[in-house]
Structure formats: C-alpha cells, structure tokens
Design a binder for this molecule. Sequence first.
Ligand code: NDP
Length: 313
Amino acid sequence: MPTTENVIIIWWGPAGHTAAIYTARALLQPLLFEGFMAGGMPPGGQLTTTTEIENFPGFPEEISGLALMNKMKEQSKKYGTRIETKTIDKVDLSQHPFKLFAGTEEFHAKTLILAMGASAKRLRLPGENKFWQRGISACATCDGGLPLYRNQRLVVVGGGDVALEEALFLSNFGSEIIMLVRRDVFRASKAMQEKVLKNQKIHIMRNTEAIECLGDTTLQSIKIKNNTSGEESLLECKGLFYAIGHHPNTEIVQGQITLDTDRYIITEPGTGKTNIPWVFAAGDVQDKKYRQAITSAGSGAIAALEVERFLEA
Ligand code: NDP
C-alpha cells in the first residue's frame, strides 16, 4: 500500500514550483512529479522554451526561461520538496485519498495541486507529420539554432507575443524570417510589434495562412493562401515554426473535474479550488487569460496556502 502523501503536485512550471516552495516551507513534505516530456515539453514547461524574460520581478538584467525554472527547482528542493521525473498518466479522483498512477506505480495523496500547464497547438497540415522536427517545429527557442536552419529562409505562423518573440529569436540564425499572420492585425503587445517592425530581416505577410508542407527528406517549401483574395502560392523555406497558442494539458482529469469549453480547469477565483474538495489547480492549466510566469507563480502560492488550510482543518 503506498504512503498517503499530504500533497502531490503535478508538473513543474512556475505554478508547480511556487506551490512546492510554499508547501515545503509549511513542512508538508510535498511530492512533485515533473514528468518526462509530458505534453511534449521538457521539465520546466513552456517557460523553458522562452528566451529572455524581462518582466519577472527581481531580474532587472533579464533571465532565460530555463535559468529561471532551474532556480525555482533549486529553491523547492532546498526546502524539502521531493521531485520525481515520472509522468502521472492517470488519476482517480473518485475516492479520497486520491490515487495517481505513473505506469504501474501507484501514489496516494490527501490533496492535489494540478499544475500541468498548456502545450503548443499544431496546424495539422498535409505533410506536417512527415516534416515534424525535419523542418517543422513548435518551439523556435528549442530548435531554431540547429544547423538545418542556419542562414535559411524561415517562416513563423502566428501574430501573438510568442510568434513575435520567436521571429526575433530566429532572426539571429536565419537569412530571412517571414511571419504569416492570418488577420491584418497582430494580437501581440505594441512593444513587441515595434521590435519586430524594426528588424530588417523580418517580413510580414498579413491575411496569409500555410496550407501544405512540401519537401523531400526535409521541408523545402510551404503552400500558402491569401485568405482575402483566395490566391495560393509556393513559398520556399527550410523551417516552419508554429506559434499559434496552446491547449491545456487536462487529459488526465477529463471527465473527473469540471472543465470549461476550451478544456481549462475551472477554479474558484482567488482560491485555486476546483469542484472537487482537496483538489486545487494553478497556472496555465486553469488560466487562459493572463498566462504569465508571474501570475502562474502567484496562483501556485494561492493553491499552496489553501492546501495548508485544508490540511490544518
Ligand atoms: P496568443 O493566443 O496571444 O496568440 C496566438 C496567435 O496565433 C494569434 O495571432 C492567433 O491569431 C494565431 N493563431 C491561432 N490559431 C491559428 C491558426 N490556426 N492559424 C494561424 N494563426 C493562428 O498566444 P501566444 O502563445 O502568442 O501568447 C500566449 C500568452 O502569453 C499571451 O497572453 C501573451 O501575451 C503571453 N506572452 C507574454 C510574453 C511576455 O509578456 N514577455 C511573451 C510571450 C507570451 P488571431 O489573433 O487571429 O486569433
């Protein structure tokens, strides 16, 4: 029979680690499952795929997403969090203590903090699977520096902050960066737009979408379509990077916990409480609006404080 843990935290991003730091300092001996490429992401979640972070308070000199996550991990370990590099692939919330499974291994918990984050969306174009990681990627920060992309024309799809950030990052490696924006306006912040518009290597194609990926062993070109004129054309490129948003990693709790229409976990504002007592959610898995490292961390702290209260009561 597995030991019943006070609190199990699923996945490490800013929400998971902040919850771990708080519950560890409250002497609850949290157990955190960071997952092994869970949701297709390395431990640390989406933040590890961000380049420089300029808006996390306390780092006036900027800090890379990976460095920030490593610092958070170090801090939660320092206060006694136990970290397991296993992916929780099944949970049973129908009985208390809750049951969690990583393959055949079983874990029990009095309280749970769900902080599984969100993963990058894909376009699912014809040819996409064939060239996935052979010219197509959903993470320029992870893959953009590869030799395959050096001094080549690269395409970024999306008009949000991430797309602009990725285009700027890729401009360090590619010969030309083309951004495909499906509307005639960006969704990104004005500050990011200014940076991109000033960059000589980046060119914007508005009202344009990718519709097919072509090549031999690696991507060589994409078919694009102007969605106002309907005109289709071929665009030669060696790299296609998706930056079109994310979906929440809620598969393991689907059907057991209340989700919204986009499958984000519904929480009681300001508490992290889900519809199941003793189960809390924090970070992007329950926030499709703000999705910042700092708001994620804040929600991790709130969930941890609520867990502490629940256990005391
Ligand atoms: P967003 O939802 O902000 O933007 C997604 C973009 O992808 C939009 O331009 C959207 O177009 C486009 N898109 C979506 N689906 C498709 C599709 N099928 N085909 C073509 N284009 C598509 O997501 P981001 O990932 O960019 O950002 C997420 C959050 O993280 C945001 O709140 C952002 O502000 C934040 N962020 C903040 C940073 C910072 O503060 N430093 C850095 C990076 C991100 P449309 O607009 O037409 O819907």
